[in-house]
Design a protein around this ligand. Structure first.
Ligand code: SF4
Length: 340
């Protein structure tokens, strides 16, 4: 059992950064209706994001991990209001953006951008690179004419491309180059915060490393915060300051990178870490493999949602949902093995 229980709020502050989070989520929920009765009422809801609290600080990278369907991509999209939240709050740079109208959201999109997973479908094939990267500069009235071209060129060079690429179309580039163009487009408005949704998963391993290095350099230069969505804990180990683990729409563990990879507390996190090919992690954790298939988020298990697969399941786990609590400084877990 954990030896220290303090607070239920996963609020975290890196001592070398601003005391104020760039992003704060409070009880964020997104449920998708499924099926319709004769009267048009939903027959159920997929609880894709269920009561998520999280803070991210300037200059830090928070990894968001979990299996496919755990809600991590929906969470990223809900933060940016590309999917509308059903409850809770999203605060960006201290401003509650949860209910802002489209006009006000346009200004917010200058502060927060998204880099998509698939560099093949995320770039409009009808536009040249200049058109793609220049579009947000036009929309936000940041540059036009010669100044716009100079700015696009500066951005291109910053991501490792050059003047000869300005008038080419997306199909003329490799996957890695396309992702560089996507990153340049996201950077055009000088955002404070980026959601990176599996930004390297469609790329070869050697190209992945180059893109991750580029993202690190840009963060050092510009102080941006990243939410890095991935199913690859090996990448998280090397790239993120802190890690948030999701299971069936719930956050079940948040910890510093080092703490998570040396002594994860939740059985699900331990199973994910054990599944990483050695020797990336080094020390192997003494855990038992997960059992059964992942349950449906449409009808999640009672009590702890992980109880149907957990090798350490106890009676209490089937009926009582564990709270996310801080069991050691900056290390939060939702599991009856730890805490009260
Ligand atoms: Fe396993 Fe119980 Fe902890 Fe859930 S609460 S992870 S079932 S031990």
């Amino acid at each position: 059992m954990g030896n220290q229980v303090t607070t239920a709020q996963p609020v975290y502050n890196r001592s070398n950064t601003s005391p104020n989070p760039i992003l704060e989520l409070r009880g964020l929920k997104k449920y998708f209706p499924v099926g319709r009765s004769l009267l048009g009422k939903p027959e159920g809801f997929v609880r894709a994001v269920d009561n998520v609290d999280l803070s991210i600080y300037p200059g830090e990278t928070v990894g968001l991990v979990g299996e496919s369907g755990c809600g991590k991509t929906t969470l990223g999209r809900t933060i940016l209001r590309l999917t509308e939240p059903d409850a809770g709050q999203v605060l960006l740079d201290g401003e509650d953006i949860t209910h802002l109208g489209e006009k006000d959201m346009r200004a917010i999109r200058q502060k927060a951008q998204l880099v998509f997973q698939d560099p093949y479908s995320s770039l409009d094939p009808r536009f040249t690179v200049k058109g793609i990267i220049g579009e947000p500069l036009k929309v936000h009235k940041l540059a036009q004419g010669q100044a716009l071209e100079e700015r696009v060129l500066t951005l291109l060079q910053r991501v490792g491309l050059n003047r000869e690429h300005l008038y080419r179309f997306p199909h003329e580039f490799s996957g890695g180059q396309r992702q560089r163009i996507s990153i340049a487009r996201a950077l055009a408005v000088e955002p404070m915060f980026l959601v990176l949704d599996e930004p390297t998963s469609a790329l070869d391993v050697s190209v992945q490393a180059q893109i991750l290095e580029l993202l690190k350099e840009l963060q050092d230069e510009m102080g941006m915060a990243y939410l890095f969505i991935t199913h690859d804990l090996g990448v998280v180990r090397h790239f993120c300051h802190r890690v948030t683990v999701m299971y069936l729409g719930k956050v079940i563990e948040i910890a510093d990178n080092e703490a998570l990879f040396t002594h994860a507390l939740h059985p699900y996190t331990n199973a994910l870490i054990d599944a990483i090919p050695r020797p990336i992690v080094g020390k192997r954790l003494a855990t038992v493999p997960m059992t059964d298939e992942i349950p449906s988020a449409l009808d999640p298990p009672s009590g702890c949602r992980f109880h149907t697969r957990c090798p350490k399941c106890m009676d209490v786990c089937r009926n009582q949902e564990p709270e996310l609590i801080e069991v050691e400084p900056n290390h939060y877990v939702a599991c009856h093995l730890h805490g009260k």
